[in-house]
Design a protein around this ligand. Structure first.
Ligand code: KG4
Ligand code: ZN
Length: 359
């Protein structure tokens, strides 16, 4: 089976072609980072309009790179939530229109299921069941993956997501949007032990996270450092030192809770997914700590940590192969609990509470 996948949940337009026998044939991505940078964050209306401009050429390019004609596509997968409704609708409308024109089935994919299944594109793929640390711009959770589509949330953030903590701290440090990767780059020049930042919720039992206190601590540290008059070299150094401290606090917290989750589930495999999974300090620390307990960590390649369509193709392929199909209604969801999903081919979950366009 050959699947065309479309991802437009936020600020990346992406398309991919995945074949169940031959693997990933093409994956294309257009990032809107430059478009949103002047605003310091994603502007939903601009995101939707840009998806409209980019999506069709990107789909054509993916098909061409995959050496695939429309007639060779057996099904279409698209991100139907959670995400920005206007952005989601652009991908959903195109996917449904192509499915109708080509007379092929289409299936809406949960964006986080896509992230969770991205490591399935790697060699070796993680065994199932496993424990997953899902860390993106909007979500931070530990998930017990009992099977494809069978996700039990062990713990999640009470406030900010880990990616948000990276991005907000980066903003306080005067770094351009999106701050996560920029902060990580600055941290590589920082020294340990200069800024003692809190490690949120580490002292408490359980698998919940809280990162909102961190930005208060960072904000305080920034104003204190700025008020002590310094030259350019010193200024650059404290910024790097603080970036190091922020990254260290987030990474240490994520790692400690992930190890706790592995202990609770008894799994020997930890999957790390989502944009923050691209962070090298996190990857190194998790690998080191897991090895001590005899567990193995599985990461998607860096480009499949952040938003992409290849991961949507993986999730869509499982579901289309199991015979899942949607009606003609275009339905997307701004919110969509991960635990409401079912194994591929099982009764589709209710579409109540979705933002619908008339069929
Ligand atoms: O999964 P993703 O691409 O989009 C969402 O679905 O949210 O995650 C984006 C998040 C952003 O907060 C970004 O700053 C963060 O992932 N991120 C990083 C790194 N690369 C991306 N954070 C820390 N270090 C990185 N190298
Ligand atoms: Zn994402």
């Amino acid at each position: 089976m050959r699947v065309l996948a479309i991802e437009t949940s936020c600020d990346e337009t992406a398309a991919a072609v995945l074949d169940s026998e031959r693997g990933l044939l093409a994956h294309e991505l257009w990032s809107q980072v430059e478009l949103h940078r002047p605003f310091g964050g994603v502007v939903p209306e601009l995101a939707s309009r840009d998806h409209l401009r980019r999506l069709l050429p990107l789909v054509r390019e993916s098909l061409a790179k995959a050496g695939t004609q429309a007639a060779q596509i057996d099904g279409i997968a698209y991100t139907s939530g959670p995400g920005l409704v206007g952005a989601l609708l652009t991908g959903a409308a195109l996917a449904r229109a192509l499915a109708y024109a080509w007379q092929r089935p289409a299936v809406g994919v949960h964006h986080l299921e896509g992230h969770l299944l991205a490591p399935m594109l790697e060699e070796p793929a993680p065994p199932i069941p496993h424990t997953a640390l899902l860390v993106s711009g909007g979500h931070t959770m530990l998930v017990e993956v009992r099977g494809i589509g069978q996700y039990h949330v062990l713990g999640e953030t009470r406030d900010d997501a880990a990616g948000e903590a990276f991005d907000k701290s980066a903003k306080l440090l005067g770094l351009p949007y999106p701050g996560g990767p920029q902060l990580a780059a600055l941290a590589s020049r920082g020294r340990p032990g200069i800024f003692p930042l809190p490690r949120p919720m580490l002292d408490r039992p359980g698998l919940e996270f809280s990162f909102s206190g961190l930005k208060t601590a960072v904000s305080l540290a920034v104003s204190q450092a700025q008020s002590s008059a310094m030259g350019a070299a010193e200024d650059a150094q404290w910024r790097a030192d603080l970036a190091f401290a922020v990254q260290d606090a987030i990474v240490a917290t994520l790692c400690a809770k992930a190890m706790r989750a592995l202990e609770a589930t008894g799994h020997a495999a930890l999957v790390v997914a989502g944009g923050v999974g691209a962070n090298r300090a996190l990857r190194e620390r998790l690998t080191r700590h897991a090895a001590r307990t005899g567990a193995r960590v599985y990461f998607p390649r860096l480009e499949f940590c952040t938003d992409n369509a290849a991961m949507i193709a993986v999730a869509g392929l499982y579901r289309l192969q199991a015979g899942e199909r949607e009606g003609l209604e275009v339905a997307v969801r701004a919110r969509w609990p991960l635990e409401s999903l079912a194994a591929p081919g099982a009764v589709p979950s209710s579409i109540e509470g979705t933002d619908k366009l008339p069929a």
